[in-house]
Design a protein around this ligand. Structure first.
Ligand code: ADP
Length: 227
């Protein structure tokens, strides 16, 4: 599904964000990318999303290299990926329902489909009773669940989540992790970048540890640790 083959990313001023990184993520995997701030986690996600390109090496997605992809093809690639961030990025003047419906409208879905599909998505994230609330009427954890619902609407192959619990209390953080695990069980590959030790240890799923841009360990059923 996703493969990094000897990938390095050097930003301007010779800052090495990723250093010869190689790993493979199979369809249906749940992978936590952990490491200190500045270790290269966000850069790794940005390479998957084709928001940055590698300085050397190749990133493969769904069988093909991202290298050389034309600008025209980037939106099609991104349609395979749902994204979630630390700040929930909801539209403040739209209700929870409208936030999700809007994202579907933008992708050209007919009204009938929107009316049928949005409630299903709310059910998955367990917020069917909050559809008519505005973001400011929801807790941080609830807002992040709405953001996750929105990430799911195009039925992506992969969810990438960059510090999704960074603004949440420990209880909400565990709920978001449980939701990510549920989404994974329903068939979506999940790549999570985090330095939230609690949630990683609770999940006991694969952990890739980055340190100064290098993969220093990669373990199935891993724990958060600095190897
Ligand atoms: P993490 O997500 O683990 O905190 P990042 O991938 O955001 O790490 O960043 C890795 C390093 O690369 C950071 O220390 C930062 O200084 C550098 N970096 C990230 N983005 C840029 C950029 N656009 N330009 C220059 N340097 C960058």
């Amino acid at each position: 599904m996703i493969k990094f083959d000897s990938v390095s990313k050097i930003y301007k001023d010779d800052y090495v964000a990723l250093d010869n990184v190689t790993f493979e993520i199979k369809e249906g995997d749940f992978v936590s990318i952990v490491g200190a701030s500045g270790a290269g986690k966000s850069t790794l996600l940005k390479l998957i999303y084709a928001e940055e390109s590698p300085t050397s090496g190749t990133v493969y997605f769904n069988g093909g290299p991202l290298e050389g992809m034309s600008r025209r093809k980037v939106p099609f690639h991104r349609r395979n990926i749902g994204t979630v961030f630390q700040d929930f990025k909801l539209l403040p003047k739209k209700t929870a329902f409208e936030n999700i419906a809007y994202a579907l409208e933008v992708s050209g879905a007919p009204t009938e489909e929107i009316m049928e599909y949005v409630p299903q998505i709310f059910e998955i994230v367990g917020l069917s009773d909050k559809v008519n609330k505005f973001p400011h009427e929801l807790s941080g954890g609830e807002q992040q669940k709405i953001a996750l619902a929105r990430a799911l609407i195009n039925k992506p192959l992969v969810i990438i989540a960059d510090e999704p619990t960074g603004n949440l209390d420990p209880v909400s953080s565990v709920e978001i992790m449980q939701l990510l695990l549920k989404i994974n069980k329903l068939g979506t590959t999940v790549v999570l970048a985090t330095h939230d030790k609690e949630i990683v240890n609770k999940a006991t799923r694969r952990v890739i540890v980055l340190e100064k841009g290098k993969v220093i360990c990669d373990e199935e059923k891993g724990k958060y640790k600095i190897c």
